[in-house]
Each structure stands twice: as C-alpha cells, then as structure tokens.
Design a protein around this ligand. Structure first.
Ligand code: HEM
Length: 280
C-alpha cells in the first residue's frame, strides 16, 4: 500500500492531499534555506519553524477522532497515522537542526539536554514520539495486539503536554502562541472527556465545550504568567478573557473560535442529513 492509496490500493484523494499538505512546510523551509531568506540566524529560525510544524501536526493528529464523530467523516481515520508521522518527521528535523546549530558537538548537545529543563522535557517528548512512530505500522500493531497498541498510543496525550510545556518554556517574553496551542489542546481533551463520560454530541454540549475550553484557556494563560512572572493570577484573568484589540487576540478567543467551528461543522452536518431525509 502506497502512502496515497487506500486499503483497496486505489488512489485516495484525501491521503494524497494530506501528504502534499504535510510536505509543503518542509519545501518552504528548504526554499528559504536555499535562498538565504532565513535572516541573520538561519538555523535558529529553521529550528523554530520545524518545532512549530511539529506541534501543529501533533495537534492535527489528535483532531482526527473528534472531527470524525462531529462531522461524520469516518474516512478521516485514514490520515491519522500520516499526520502523526508528519509530526515525528518535523520533530526529527527540529532535533537535527539543533545538532547542526551546536556544530555537531554531541557532548554539548547531551549536556545541554541534561542541564536545560526545557530541552530535557522536549527530549523526553521526542523519545516518546519516536516510540509511537516505530509502533505505528500494521505489522507491529498485529504483533503487539490491538489492546496493547491502544494503551501505548495513549502516550500521545502526555507527549503533547510535554511538547506544549517545552514550547511555552522556551519563549522569552510572549507565550501567546504556545498558550493558544495549549487552549486548542484543552478543547480536544475536554471533547475526549465528554465522549468518554458518555455525554451526547449535540449543539448544546458542543457550545458548552467551546465556552468551557475558552475559560480554561484564559485560566491557563493567567496561571502561566502568574507562575513565570510572579503576578497575581486573578488580576490578569480579566485581560485574558476580555476581547481587547490592543492586547491582540488572546488564546481564549482562538479556543472559542475553534470550538465554534466544531459547532458549525456539527450544525451543517445535521442540516445536510435533514435535507437528504426530506429528499428521500
Ligand atoms: C515533542 C518534542 C518537541 C516539540 C513539540 C518541540 C517544539 C518546539 C516549538 C514549537 C518551539 C518554538 C518555536 C517558535 O517559537 O516558533 C521549539 C523551540 C525550540 N526547541 Fe523544541 N520541540 C521538541 C523537542 C525538542 C528537542 C528534543 C530539542 C533539542 C534537544 C529542542 C530544541 C529546541 C530549541 C533549541 C528551541 C528554540 C529555543 C530558543 O530559541 O531559545 N526541541 N520547540
């Protein structure tokens, strides 16, 4: 089976387009590198871009199951593994670029990972992702048995938390990007809990999920700045919740927007189902 074909060995437009999307950031990065468009610190810039894409694809792989259920798109499962492996690809690139940045001095790389806590956290997450990638092939899944495989792959959640923590810890001043990603992760986690506890998926529960996740994202932002800058979390909470153009769009608003997109997808799907029933 090729990466762009389905189990019947036929071309899958979904898999092919995912594969193309997966490689576009890499091609763009390679073009920037080749043309010296990466600024005065090209390797650092490339490390950042590869890290950003790694976390984005990791979260996209976690979005597959919720989106399958909410949008009733069972075929999406075909691209979950590809998205996970793409995240691993960008992580390995991120790590390789870090080694290049350290001029291939592996002793220095090892001591930095040992001494800098944000690198230690990133490295543990990288090892976990490698383990998941290595066990994601059909032959290995068969050997391990579905139940063990599922248990092992639950590790993706702690790995994502470590990746997000590493992302937030390496930011010098403004952790907005990392906290926005964390808000989106909270949304996915709360949906997972909702499903686990048997709550139905409908407009009301999805609407509540969007609001609760947005409030949790604001709480996480306050907690982050409170712990990293010694501020009073209650004093900064309102600015993380209220929409203020001067402050830029806060992570809570991005999280709310993502939650409302899920509501919209669900609404459109129901609307389409009703139309189909009426036509029949
Ligand atoms: C799951 C594992 C990891 C994830 C998800 C991840 C992701 C990220 C992200 C998103 C950034 C910030 C990019 C930006 O600011 O635009 C970053 C920065 C960085 N990461 Fe990672 N990373 C991981 C593992 C590692 C490992 C293993 C290393 C090296 C040992 C590493 C080294 C760095 C460095 C040096 C920076 C830049 C820090 C700075 O500019 O001061 N990361 N990473």
């Amino acid at each position: 089976m090729l990466p762009w074909t389905d189990r019947k060995d036929q071309l899958s437009p979904l898999k092919l387009s995912t594969l193309v999307i997966a490689f576009v950031p890499f091609l763009w990065l390679a073009t920037q590198w080749q043309n010296d468009w990466l600024g005065s610190k090209p390797t650092t810039n490339a490390i950042h871009q590869a890290g950003d894409w790694a976390i984005r694809f990791l979260l996209l792989s976690l979005l597959v199951s919720p989106l399958r259920r909410i949008g009733n798109w069972p075929k999406l499962i075909m691209v979950r593994r590809m998205l996970g492996l793409t995240a691993l690809f960008y992580l390995l690139l991120h790590f390789m670029l870090y080694i290049v940045d350290q001029k291939w001095n592996l002793n220095k790389v090892a001591s930095e990972i040992w001494l800098r806590i944000y690198l230690t956290i990133g490295f543990v997450a990288l090892l976990g992702t490698i383990a998941l990638g290595a066990t994601s092939f059909d032959s290995v899944i068969k050997k391990m048995g579905g139940a063990w495989w599922s248990k092992l792959h639950m590790l993706v959640y702690p790995i994502a938390i470590l990746g997000l923590l590493h992302f937030a810890m390496q930011t010098k001043l403004d952790a907005t990007q990392a906290l926005t990603m964390s808000g989106l992760f909270l949304l996915l986690m709360f949906y997972r809990m909702m499903h686990r506890f048997g709550l139905p998926t409908n407009l009301w529960t999805l609407g509540a999920l969007a609001i609760i996740s947005a409030i949790a994202a604001a709480g996480a932002e306050s907690a982050w700045y409170a712990s990293s800058r010694g501020l009073n979390p209650w004093a900064i909470l309102p600015s993380n919740l209220v929409f203020d153009l001067d402050l830029g769009t806060r992570p809570s608003w991005w999280t709310l927007a993502a939650g409302l997109i899920l509501v919209l997808i669900y609404g459109l799907r129901k609307f389409q189902q009703n139309i189909t029933l009426q036509v029949k």
